[in-house]
Ligand binder design. Structure first.
Ligand SMILES: C[S@@+](CC[C@H](N)C(=O)[O-])C[C@H]1O[C@@H](n2cnc3c(N)ncnc32)[C@H](O)[C@@H]1O
Length: 234
């Protein structure tokens, strides 16, 4: 989301929140950039939630990935011999990805998380900050999917939690493409990193090899690639 999006968002936020958003800063580290919510390095959780919720409301009619992409991922899981009983999708706005996974993986229980209070308007969606892990989720999911990880204010914490939620042999599926690059970072999309940087980060956090990167079809005419991290089988 470029400056235009942040300008449109600013019109929907209180003067106080706009000022606080302006006090944030962008840190760069190699091929990664991260927008820090809050002044002087202190995280402002109210600002993060307000920005993400209002941006969600502003774009509530949008759908990022097409069903064809989710079908490619569902077919990949089936082809890899992963029998999906349970899956979770993080940052799902209208909840379409969980509906599409459910339709292409018959019998699978798939739900989504969404930080905005619009979450409960959509089936199989809970209002939840994806940085948090419900203890009941640990080791329970055959896949965890997200195309919204660029909205993380603390990506390492989010990814660690998502890997912890995988069952042995389960797969973490993270989309990558032009819109996840470091130069795209803003208060709305606070984290950007190259594909190689994301793979290195997952290797470091997960302590295992990223298994592969698959071609996931496209968003419009631009390709989506999906990084697949497999938890070792027990
Ligand atoms: C780019 S949209 C993608 C929506 C959907 N996955 C799609 O393909 O259309 C990112 C979504 O993630 C949500 N989000 C942002 N931060 C979140 C968080 N910490 N936890 C859960 N959802 C979050 C936003 O509210 C927004 O609806």
């Amino acid at each position: 989301m470029g400056d235009g999006g942040v300008r449109r968002l600013s019109k929907r936020l209180s003067d106080d929140l706009v000022a606080r958003m302006g006090s944030g800063s962008v840190d760069s580290d190699g091929d990664m950039q991260i927008y820090r919510y809050g002044a002087n390095g202190a995280f402002d959780p109210e600002l993060y939630r307000a920005v993400q919720t209002e941006a969600n409301r502003m774009k509530i009619d949008n759908q990022w990935v097409p069903e064809a992409h989710i079908k490619i991922l569902a077919d990949y899981l089936t082809g890899a011999g992963i029998k999906v009983a349970r899956g979770i999708c993080h940052g799902t706005r209208r909840g379409n990805e969980q509906l599409w996974f459910r339709s292409h993986l018959p019998g699978a229980d798939v739900f989504g998380t969404e930080i905005s209070d619009t979450a409960t308007d959509f089936p199989h969606t809970i209002q939840w900050d994806f940085h948090d892990v419900d203890p009941d989720w640990i080791g329970c999911f055959d896949f965890v999917y997200s195309n919204s990880w660029d909205h993380a204010h603390d990506p390492e914490r989010a990814f660690r939690g998502w890997i912890d939620c995988l069952a042995p042999g389960g797969a973490l599926l993270l989309d990558h493409g032009w819109n996840y690059m470091p130069e795209r970072v803003s208060a709305m999309d606070p984290f950007g990193i190259s594909e190689d940087g994301l793979i290195a980060m997952l290797d470091r956090i997960g302590g295992g090899a990223v298994r592969e990167v698959i071609e996931g079809g496209s968003h419009g005419r631009l390709p989506i690639r999906t990084i697949v991290f497999r938890k070792p089988a027990a």
